[in-house]
Unconditional design. Structure first.
Length: 316
């Protein structure tokens, strides 16, 4: 089981996911870094790949930019699936696989925040923004007339300035796709789910390199970030449980104090009402002849001590 203390509710989960994603987006935008540093980091990554002979992004980019039948669909994939498939998998897990949802959600969030740290510490210029002499073509700009994105980035036209174009290292496109693949493999049923679990992250890795949005090492870093996030997931869940328990105990003690004070007020009001009733003495009526103790109505005979004695007390 997932260790959930209670069933999660969508009205608590949705704000949590939105807040974390908004923090990630805002932090990603603010952590732009210096352009010269970003270009230097990008060239350093490319130089390392060439020395290791793992610069796979260059032949892929030539293929995609020279073949519109590949380049245009790849641009659509890059600009959309990252923002559609991941939330869809989250909703599916929440509704259909609740036992695994909390762990999966925490893994994704922790890894995303680690990725944000990477953007901040190492702003990196993507291949598409390097000088033309390095041999890359920006397919998003090349085929921008076919889609909703502009020439600046994968954002909608006119909103390119609202994105951080130096957030190449690590590639969370690849990282999130890997997370989706693991979720499909682990929680999906049937061979179709297994095929998609492998095909989707593979497709995204090819797309991010073929469109010149990421280096191969960016993709490797995206996988590494997800691995680190997975290792930190259990400690993060334990910390969250301790914080929840602590605040839960505080709330419980506060509720007990409020209930105790409320009970005291109720008892005090009840005592006041009871005391008011005790102070009222009903009139004593004896055979219609006395209205109160010691009050004698003139003309009436006072009973004597002896039974049947009818002689008035004044003649004795």
């Amino acid at each position: 089981m997932d260790g959930m203390p209670k069933r999660l509710r969508w009205w608590t989960e949705l704000p949590l996911v939105v807040v974390v994603y908004a923090a990630y987006s805002a932090g990603r935008l603010l952590a732009r870094g210096d352009e010269a540093d970003a270009i230097g980091h990008g060239l350093g990554v490319l130089d390392l790949e060439k020395r290791l002979r793992i610069d796979f992004e260059q032949p892929l980019n030539r293929l995609f930019s020279g073949t519109p039948a590949l380049g245009i669909p790849a641009d659509f994939v890059y600009a959309s699936l990252h923002y559609l498939v991941t939330p869809a998998i989250l909703v599916w897990l929440f509704r259909r696989r609740p036992a695994g949802y909390r762990t999966a959600r925490t893994w994704l969030m922790v890894s995303t925040l680690l990725g944000l740290a990477g953007f901040t510490l190492m702003p990196t210029c993507p291949p598409r923004l390097l000088a033309a002499g390095h041999g890359f073509t920006d397919t998003m700009a090349q085929f921008s007339s076919y889609g909703w994105w502009g020439g600046e980035a994968s954002a909608p036209r006119g909103m390119g300035g609202m994105t951080n174009q130096f957030a190449a290292m690590p590639s969370l496109h690849v990282g999130w796709a890997l997370w989706c693949g693991v979720m499909l493999w682990r929680h999906g049923r049937g061979p179709v789910a297994k095929v998609l679990a492998v095909a989707y992250p593979t497709l995204i890795a090819l797309v991010v390199m073929g469109t010149a949005n990421h280096y191969f090492l960016d993709a490797v870093a995206g996988v590494a970030v997800m691995g680190a996030g997975l290792l930190l997931t259990r400690p993060a869940l334990g910390l969250a449980d301790r914080v929840r328990a602590r605040f839960g105990r505080r709330a419980e003690r506060s509720g007990e104090r409020m209930r105790a004070r409320s009970g005291q007020r109720i008892r005090a009001r009840s005592g006041l009402r009871a005391g008011g009733r005790v102070g009222i003495t009903a009139p004593i009526v004896s055979g219609g002849c006395e209205t109160s103790a010691g009050e004698h109505i003139p003309g009436q005979r006072t009973p004597s001590a002896g039974a049947g004695d009818s002689t008035p007390a004044a003649t004795r």
